[in-house]
Design a protein around this ligand. Structure first.
Ligand code: UT7
Length: 351
């Protein structure tokens, strides 16, 4: 057999293109983001009529001016999530039947079981999808985003929806001024699709410390303290928070994980286009931004409008700032929450 040297030369570039294409790892790109917040506005002025607090205290200690509350009878977390996801599908031109997996991060599931993700799939008509809930409190969306991205990176999934949704008003004691001024209801969702462009979810650093459960928890309703007259009388079905230790751990945890994920990817804070911190307290957000040396104009903040919506804060930020994001932007999401759970995720924005 005679080998024609000329044709090998012609084939070489093509072979290289094929090899490089197959070697470029698949990344999960956020191809759409959508939020939903209920219409009812619980203002600081209204809270002043409910508990011993003041607009001045709330604004100066937390940065919150108002929050949204789901007031519709018979509606729950899955309804807020479904509204966000339906709009997301419309916006991205996606048919509900194309969704393969839906992950819902929440601490306020509609019921103890089945999981809210399955209820959302039913409500949006995603007949071919399977799903599950992920409970990591305020870090829930961050952990779910990375989990959803892994399914895409495996090459076996092409359309994954990740939702962060919480109806915090269902577990807040509106006679406890230390918690009721902070939390609100809302949902945010992203669509993840594969890309080999180098954009997408790049890396994450996550941590957990179960001893932190002492400072932030809801004790009753699980297997430790099943619902009883006693648990209701003792108000154990509400969020408990010892704010100061959580405050300190949140600033340290978010700052350190952002630094770690940057270091691992040979980036500095100069390279960060947007920092997206969990919206628990404006003083925490400012603290993290200052420790990192990232100026306020590159830090996403919407806590004044929604308060702390737990698993929904990060996608609600991306939704609010979506029009200001550009392909290639380095975005760092970071969160700290009950558990304790915390971490940071680096992504490059783009389709
Ligand atoms: O999202 C999950 C993670 N969570 C967080 O990251 C939240 C972290 N913690 C915080 O954001 C803050 O600790 C809070 C906003 C919860 C509380 O702020 P603080 O500056 O740590 O206040 P504090 O609990 O030390 O309370 C200071 C004072 C107390 O009065 P005394 O004992 O000094 O007389 C409180 O009783 O402020 C009082 N206080 C209030 N006063 C008016 C607490 N809540 C209120 C209120 N209105 N709503």
């Amino acid at each position: 057999m005679r080998i024609d040297i000329g044709s090998i030369g012609e084939l070489l570039p093509l072979t290289l293109v094929i090899a490089v294409t197959y070697m470029t790892p698949i990344k999960a790109v956020i191809t759409g983001v959508q939020g939903y917040v209920p219409d009812f506005v619980l203002s600081n002025a209204l809270l002043e009529t409910m508990v011993d607090t003041s607009d001045e205290w709330i604004k100066s200690r937390t940065g919150i001016e108002e929050r949204r509350i789901l007031k519709e009878p018979g509606k729950a977390t899955s309804d807020m999530a479904s509204r966000a996801v339906l709009k997301l599908l419309e916006k991205t031109g996606t048919n509900a039947d194309e969704v393969e997996l839906l992950i819902c991060a929440t601490v306020t599931a509609d019921m103890v079981f089945p999981d809210t993700a399955n209820t959302i799939c039913d409500k949006i008509g995603a007949k071919k999808a399977w799903g599950f809930d992920l409970n990591a409190a305020c870090s829930g969306f961050l952990f779910a985003l990375s989990t959803g991205a892994s399914f895409i990176e495996s090459g076996r999934y092409r359309k994954v929806v990740v939702v962060g949704a919480d109806m915090m008003s269902s577990i807040i004691d509106y006679t406890d001024r230390t918690t009721c001024v902070i939390f609100g209801d809302g949902a945010g969702a992203v669509l993840l699709e594969p890309s080999t462009s180098g954009f997408g979810v790049i890396d994450s650093v996550f941590h957990g410390d179960g001893s932190g459960r002492e400072y932030l928890h809801m004790e009753a309703g699980g297997s430790l303290h099943p619902a009883s007259h006693e648990t209701v009388d003792q108000r154990m079905h509400y969020v408990f928070q010892d704010g100061k230790p959580v405050f300190k751990a949140a600033i340290k945890g978010m700052t350190e994980t952002v630094q770690e994920v940057l270091r691992r990817n040979n980036l500095t804070t100069e390279d960060v286009t947007w920092l997206v911190p969990h919206q628990a307290n404006k003083r925490i957000i400012d603290g993290v931004g200052n420790m990192l040396g990232i100026p306020a104009e590159r830090v996403m903040v919407n806590i004044q409008k929604y308060g702390n919506t737990t698993a929904a804060t990060l996608p609600l930020c991306l939704w609010d700032y979506e029009s200001r994001l550009n392909p290639g932007d380095h975005i760092i999401l970071t969160a700290f929450g009950g558990g304790f759970t915390w971490g940071a995720t680096l992504l490059r924005w783009g389709k």
